[in-house]
Design a protein around this ligand. Structure first.
Ligand code: NDP
Length: 449
């Protein structure tokens, strides 16, 4: 459907031709441009300075070969990417994703979203993203190490603590960050905060591991609070069982909710007594196993093959925390007819546009990813501050700052939605609030950027 503004629609149409093979990127851009209709009507200066035309084009894309030796001594080749999208408000910042589904389109969509997410945190971080189609699943530690070392051998030429500071994402956790950091240090002979999500013994921040999941629940708590509700006594369904999902479970449970279903890419489990996050931690972080083995720990639970059916489990609060486009219009319909009250996107773009529209039309509280999951990058920003100061803050200090940042993000998204005539629409509010700060910085810095 054309965007309801000829200027914005022209920008989108142009991009749709140039990026015809990048569906995820186009999906992300469309959603942001649609939100900016009332902004361009009020701000002809942004149009004159071509800010929107510039913001949809990455400042730099780096694509590289990653060759490495597997345990049999055979040569393997993967593709590596780093998209340095926008540095108007700070060094590029955004995670690295290692998953077979990674393409340039996926990295561009994530990098584009990251610009506005980072801006919403209130911290000085530009937007970037990177990764590879390498699959860490089923690889030995030694293979993962060799891959990470090869990946960093090229990436190290393009990043630095004041230039670009990557972090983790799908398939990149503490193990991978350690190998990447070790190789950067070896090559550059510098011990700097060039990556976040580091281990606590070498510059990591307390609460960074928990931050995205906790932040997701803090944000959902603010949404629920706007209707006089809370997590207390609510049935919660969380898709995924990785970093975001595990700690969303922990926080939702601490806040009084009961997490009854979780998934991985093979299937989902239902435990009406509430899923203990430490069991998922054991399965996923220690054993690196499949979620169906939950039944070995809790035989009364149920396992269903196929991950998408998770949205048919009746719940009050749904937290999609796995991957993009994991919840479509039909599945949104199941949640709505089962009486869901709030949906908060822990993953990036997990709901398709049809699903988002369905939730909004049904009056379901809906929190978009770039606001809901911004706690991860916000805490990465706090890790950068601690590294610069050569200090470590306590868990409580970091958690308290994270909580306040999430409250601020909710307040600024809600205020922007109100100011631009779309009260309650947090999708538009987050896009507008995130955009305006970056746009302003781009105006000040002149049009070469
Ligand atoms: P992890 O790799 O730790 O976990 C990903 C989880 O999602 C796993 O349970 C995985 O299952 C599942 N999953 C992955 N791909 C698919 C798929 N195609 N279909 C179904 N399930 C899938 O990643 P994270 O928890 O770090 O990231 C999850 C989401 O949150 C991503 O969208 C990421 O971009 C976003 N995010 C993460 C942040 C962070 O700090 N980690 C910050 C902000 C956003 P399986 O094991 O079977 O692959």
């Amino acid at each position: 459907m054309p965007i309801n503004n000829a200027y914005l629609n022209g920008i989108y149409e142009d991009l749709a031709v140039k990026s015809a093979h990048e569906p995820e990127f186009l999906q992300a851009v469309y959603e942001v441009l649609e939100s900016l209709v009332p902004v361009v009507e009020r701000r002809p200066d942004l149009v004159k300075a071509g800010v929107i035309k510039r913001i949809v084009e990455p400042e730099r894309i780096i694509q590289f070969r990653v060759s490495w030796l597997d345990d049999k001594g055979e040569v393997q080749v993967n593709r590596g990417y780093r998209v340095q999208f926008n540095s108007a408000i700070g060094p590029y910042k955004g995670g690295l994703r290692f998953h077979p589904s990674v393409t340039l389109s996926v990295i561009k969509f994530l990098g584009f979203e990251q610009i506005f997410k980072n801006s919403l945190t209130g911290l000085p971080m530009g937007g970037g993203k990177g990764g590879s189609d390498f699959d860490p699943k089923g690889k030995s530690d030694a293979e993962v190490m060799r891959f990470c070392q090869s990946f960093m051998t090229e990436l190290s030429k393009h990043i630095g603590p004041d230039t670009d500071v990557p972090a983790g994402d799908i398939g990149v956790g503490g193990r991978e960050i350690g190998y990447l950091f070790g190789q950067y240090k070896r090559l550059r002979n510098e011990f700097t905060g060039v990556l976040t999500g580091k281990g606590l013994s070498y510059g990591g921040s307390l609460a960074r591991t928990e931050a995205t999941g906790y932040g997701t629940c803090y944000f959902a708590g603010e949404m629920l609070g706007s209707r006089g509700e809370s997590f207390q006594g609510k049935r919660v369904v969380i898709s995924g069982s990785g970093n975001v999902a595990i700690y969303a479970n922990q926080k939702a449970t601490q806040l009084g909710g009961k997490v009854i279903a979780m998934s991985d890419s093979n299937g989902y489990i239902v435990d009406e007594n509430g899923i203990d996050y430490t069991v998922i931690q054991e399965i996923k972080e220690v054993r690196r196993d499949r979620i169906k083995t939950y039944l070995n720990y809790v035989p009364t639970a149920k396992y269903v093959e196929g991950c998408r059916g998770i949205w048919s489990v009746p719940c009050d609060i749904a937290l999609p925390c796995a991957t993009q486009n994991e919840l479509n219009g039909e599945e949104a319909g199941w949640l709505i007819s089962n009486g869901v009250m709030a949906v908060a996107e822990g993953a990036n773009m997990p709901c398709t546009p049809e699903a988002v529209t369905a939730f909004q039309n049904a009056g379901v509280l809906f929190g978009p990813a770039k606001a809901v999951n911004a706690g991860g990058v916000a805490t990465s920003g706090l890790e950068m501050s601690q590294n610069s100061q050569r200090l470590s803050w306590t868990f409580e200090e970091v958690d308290q700052k994270l909580h306040q940042i999430m409250k601020n993000i909710y307040a600024s998204a809600a205020a922007a939605a109100e100011e631009y005539g779309m009260p309650g629409n947090l999708v538009a509010g987050a896009n507008i609030a995130g955009f305006l700060k970056v746009a302003d910085a781009m105006m000040w810095q002149g049009i070469a950027y």
